[in-house]
Write a protein that binds this ligand. Structure first.
Ligand code: GDP
Ligand code: IMO
Ligand code: MG
Length: 426
């Protein structure tokens, strides 16, 4: 009953979607365990691009069952639109299962997310404005509405009345907005979404365990990333869920002993969207080069991503926080044009040197990265599929990272396409 987790090791957009699709070749089930449609996971298959927000990246394989676990927050309008988009491209979504315990993103969550950001002004977090934070807040307040409530109109309406009684006070009295009508939301969700959603709603905990018990292979697909984790990330500049590997257990209903392979996905440089500290950030021509060559614009929001050199301090911390058994290194090809490549191997702050992330935010905000400089390879590697054919400098770069981080780098991405990767263990 082998189970694998794919988790982001930086601030998101590392290429989790592409590597989930790759690893899903050998999987019976692919499970999303947290986040919502703040995620944007891109797969490029036979020249066709798929940008997935909610549907697990295993959906393109006909033999896998895609599952949306209890830890995910679901906007049913977005989910149904994504299913329609995939269906129009010839992808069969009929196997999809959605946990009845997952929480629903409601229209007022989305409005509150945007209003809260505006209220913060210069201190804004730079959220995706998808309603993620307010939905998880309602879950913790125990005033959330769950996917299973769509199956019971009476209960749905009752919970909606309680929620709107509170949120309408906030909308009208704090933010001077119009109240949201119970009937309008009930219509949109119960009449517009529930009949179609009902075919996908399931007891996903039992389905996952039945798969594991019959020796099936299950893959857990993380969204966001380790340093966007609400507990372990750069709080408050984080998302509102637990993307770390431990979150896969909570967000899907399996215990830690079920997991035996944990793949941390790391980009060969670092990007970040939204606000927050970023020690190796570049605001020079190398930063612009990484944006241009790496096409570093948000899959969902179109926002320009901030870019910087690879940060091994973050990776070492990610190895610890996620019990990584290996790293998948992505976008190595983006470094093809650089004469030299820097890697941050430690931080300095005051008289202290740090190999791991300092726990106090004031220290983290003030650290100076210590770099090692490696020679570039100045060769197009995007067509290489055999690791033995990599230029010596590229192979040395990978080995240097392995020695710094302490776990093997098995899969290496050399382009966005499904076949553009190297398996160093093969
Ligand atoms: P995710 O959120 O972690 O799934 O990553 P995104 O899909 O948001 O962003 C990663 C981007 O890099 C996508 O456009 C992918 O198609 C692309 N990509 C993934 N792996 C590679 C790679 O090895 N090389 C290149 N050049 N692009 C890649
Ligand atoms: P994938 O799965 C990159 C960032 C937002 C913001 C912060 C909080 O594609 O890697 P939220 O809307 O979650 O409350 O925003 O988190 N963020 C992401 N950044 N990739 C993502 O997902 C992200 N999902 C959220 O930009 O800084
Ligand atoms: Mg993304």
């Amino acid at each position: 009953m082998p189970a694998t987790i794919v988790v982001g090791t930086q601030w998101g957009d590392e290429g989790k979607g592409k590597f989930t699709d790759l690893v899903a070749r050998d999987m019976d089930m692919v499970v999303r365990y947290q986040g919502g449609h703040n995620a944007g996971h891109t797969l490029v298959v036979d020249g066709q691009t798929f940008a997935l927000q909610l549907v697990p990246s295993g959906v393109l394989h006909e033999h896998t069952t895609p599952v949306i676990g209890n830890g995910v927050v679901v906007d049913p309008r977005v989910l149904l639109a994504e299913i329609d988009m995939l269906t129009s491209k010839g992808v069969d979504c009929s196997r999809l299962k959605v946990s009845g315990n997952a929480h629903l993103i409601m229209p007022y969550h989305q409005e509150l997310d945007a209003l809260h950001e505006r209220h913060l002004g210069a201190a804004k977090l730079g959220t995706t404005k998808r309603g993620i934070g307010p939905t998880y807040a309602d879950k913790a307040m125990r005033t959330g509405i769950r996917v299973q409530d769509l199956l019971d109109p009476k209960i749905f309406r009752k919970k909606l009345e309680v929620a709107l009684d509170h949120h309408n006070k906030v909308l009208t009295k704090v933010f001077n907005r119009l109240p949201i009508e119970v009937d309008a939301v009930a219509d949109e969700y119960l009449v517009g979404c529930a009949p179609r959603m009902s075919g996908y709603i399931a007891d996903t905990v039992s389905l996952i365990h039945e798969c594991l018990e019959s020796d099936g292979n299950v893959l857990f697909e993380g969204a966001q990333a380790t340093f966007l984790d609400v507990d372990h990330g750069t709080y408050p500049f984080v998302t509102s869920s637990n993307p770390v590997a431990g979150g896969a257990c909570v967000g899907s209903g399996v215990g830690p002993r079920d997991i035996n392979r944990i793949i941390g996905v790391a980009k060969a440089y670092v990007t970040r969207v939204g606000s927050g500290p970023f020690p190796t950030e570049l605001s020079d021509e190398v930063g612009d080069y990484l944006v241009d060559v790496g096409h570093e614009f948000g899959t969902n929001t179109g926002r320009r991503r901030r870019t910087g050199w690879l940060d091994v301090v973050l990776l070492r911390q990610a190895v610890r926080l996620n019990s990584l058994s290996e790293i998948a290194l992505t976008k190595l090809d983006v470094l093809d044009g650089l004469d030299t490549i820097k890697v941050c191997v430690a931080y300095e702050a005051g008289d202290e040197r740090y190999r791991y992330v300092p726990y106090h935010q004031s220290v983290f905000h003030s650290v100076k990265p210590i770099y090692e400089e490696l020679p570039g390879w100045k060769t197009d590697i995007s067509g290489i599929t055999d690791p033995d054919h990599l230029p010596a400098q590229a192979a040395a770069y990978i080995e240097f990272l392995e020695s710094q981080v302490g776990v093997p780098i098995r899969l290496v991405g050399v382009g966005p396409g499904r076949g553009q990767f190297l398996d160093r263990a093969a």
